[in-house]
Ligand binder design. Structure first.
Ligand SMILES: [Fe+2]
Length: 199
């Protein structure tokens, strides 16, 4: 099964600045995603994107919401349409005239699967947070006190254990850090600091 998208232009430049409202995004999420674990994953990635855009990039509220929106919807079609994962949500956002940069970030969140290279900082951070956020969440679930006192060393140990959260691609994580120009330690520390706030 190939998830390759076969194109690298998404959306329409004339839709720059167009986004879904918080309510519209939430409705889409609730309509399309019934799996609560997946929904939590998307909310976690959205929160990380929002926090990074605010704290590290100092973006305006409008731009911060674009980052958050990309995180919130990046896996929206995975639950109901796994065979056309990514394609389906991209087409939906194109139909709704969403900003092309938001759509491009979603299209490039796994270039090894979808064949679209991350280019902007938003693209790269979505790609970087996606897999690592999942692994750190899985790690929190096996610790008696969840995220409390979790450290970088412990996360790195789990990364080295191939059998732990085996579906999390280590290849993607290393590639994403390199592309984003961020050290693995910095990324892990950021996720440990921000992810516990998501319920
Ligand atoms: Fe994801």
């Amino acid at each position: 099964m190939s998830l390759l998208l076969g194109r690298d232009v998404f959306g329409d430049e004339k839709n720059k600045g167009n986004v879904l409202s918080k309510q519209e995004a939430e409705d889409l999420l609730n309509d399309w995603v019934k799996n609560e674990r997946l929904k939590l994953h998307m909310k976690q990635v959205a929160h990380l994107m929002k926090s990074w855009a605010q704290e590290k990039e100092n973006l305006s509220d409008a731009d911060v919401w674009q980052w958050q929106l990309a995180g919130l919807l990046h896996d929206a079609d995975w639950d109901l349409w796994p065979e056309t994962h990514c394609k389906k949500i991209i087409e939906e956002l194109e139909k709704r005239n969403v900003d092309p940069e938001v759509i491009h970030a979603i299209a490039s969140h796994g270039h090894l699967h979808f064949g679209v290279m991350p280019q902007t900082k938003m693209d790269k951070m979505l790609y970087a947070f996606d897999e690592l956020s999942g692994l750190i969440h899985a790690y929190s679930l096996m610790r008696p006190n969840g995220y409390e006192a979790m450290d970088i060393k412990g996360v790195k140990k789990r990364l080295k254990e191939k059998s732990f959260a085996a579906n999390v691609s280590r290849e993607d994580i290393n590639d994403a850090c390199e592309r984003a120009g961020i050290g693995l330690d910095e990324l892990i520390a950021f996720i440990i600091a921000h992810q516990p706030n998501v319920a």
